[in-house]
Design a protein around this ligand. Structure first.
Ligand code: AMP
Ligand code: MN
Ligand code: MN
Length: 329
């Protein structure tokens, strides 16, 4: 499935008919969330639109290089908008408790997303769960709008694609992903420049945090479930923050024989953020949904309000059930 041409045309028409447009992405934004949001903002401004770019958690350090990142604000006083464009968010609540009501002040909302959606929302839904990234869907939308593809816009979209595909390594990559990426490079996106910023740019503290995570590595007897944690004390001791754990879970899933990799992070407020990754077999989005989270078949997450040790027991128990269904005996 790809996003329906009708939905793309409806979204393009809604944009054309609107003057004030609010854009929003999910909390703890990643390259796809901000790349998708900013590419739209950069394309819409020259069309004379008044754009407000909302990210409840701002812009993480490693994504500050994104063209237009200075457009991002955490809140707005504007009383109303003609249109809201919400990107990379499986449910409206994912934009955050502060930003949610601001987005709801728009007369119409467009949901542009590639999550395995249960909580689809919006008057117009431009959805494609087979897309590796929301950026690919935004690319199609910009084509429908006949918006010129500048090097800045191409950079934002390419960043969305490489972050959500782990540099074209993950199962979600399709020929379409690669075709769009090729077009973006032709339009001026520089793969080495973007990769340097996104992947070769870990802070010293963040790299040491990886060491702490890996020294906590555990596995089930059959080796099919592997997990690691980072405690609030680890964060404090190293002066690191959650955004610096990006990519750590891939080492956990990368262990030979692991069908499910789980990373637990104990936040300052005591909540536990959980990242889930699988290989082809286990649907980790279903696992995350059991805990009020969501995501994709092979990459999902949830947040728990219980102690770290209990969260580990709970998630590993659910992972065992999922794994035993697929690998009986
Ligand atoms: P992460 O492990 O944070 O990189 O997230 C992997 C995927 O799971 C992304 O597609 C997220 O949008 C989704 N996800 C992570 N945390 C949550 C959550 N608390 N609720 C819903 N979806 C989530
Ligand atoms: Mn995302
Ligand atoms: Mn995404």
């Amino acid at each position: 499935m790809s996003a329906s041409p009708t939905a793309l045309a409806e979204a393009a028409a809604a944009i054309s008919e609107s003057k004030s447009i609010v854009l929003a992405c999910h909390v703890n934004p990643d390259g796809d969330a901000l790349g998708s949001l900013l590419s739209l903002a950069l394309a819409l401004k020259p069309l004379g639109k008044e754009v407000t770019c909302l990210s409840e958690d701002g812009v993480p350090d490693i994504l500050r290089f994104l063209p237009g990142s200075d457009l991002i604000v955490r809140s707005t006083e504007a009383p109303a908008f003609d249109l809201a464009l919400v990107v990379d968010s499986g449910e409206l609540s994912r934009v955050g408790v502060q930003v949610g009501p601001m987005v709801s002040r728009a007369r119409r909302a467009v949901n542009i997303d590639h999550h395995v959606v249960a909580g689809a929302f919006g008057d117009i839904r431009v959805l494609d769960s087979s897309a590796a990234s929301t950026a690919e869907i935004v690319y199609d939308l910009l084509q429908a709008l006949q918006a010129p593809l500048t090097p800045e816009i191409a950079t934002c979209l390419f960043t969305g694609i490489i972050t959500d595909t782990g540099s074209f390594r993950f199962q979600n990559v399709t020929p379409g992903t690669l075709r769009t990426a090729a077009t973006l490079v032709e339009a001026g996106a520089s793969p080495p420049h973007i990769s340097e910023n996104v992947f070769e740019n870990k802070t010293y503290a963040g790299t040491r945090l990886l060491g702490h995570a890996l020294s906590s590595l555990s596995q089930t007897a059959d080796g099919r479930i592997v997990w690691a944690h980072i405690t609030a004390a680890d964060f404090r001791q190293l002066g690191a923050i959650d955004a610096e754990t990006e990519g750590v879970v891939n080492y956990v899933r990368g262990v030979r024989g692991a069908e499910v990799g789980i990373l637990f992070r104990e936040m300052d407020n005591g909540r536990i953020r959980v990242s889930l990754r699988s290989r082809e077999s286990v649907n980790v989005a279903e696992m995350a949904q059991e805990f009020g989270g969501g995501g994709h078949r092979m990459a999902a997450g949830c947040t728990l309000n219980i102690p770290l040790a209990e969260a580990e027991l709970a998630l590993v128990a659910v992972a065992k059930i999922a794994v035993s269904r697929l690998f009986p005996g």
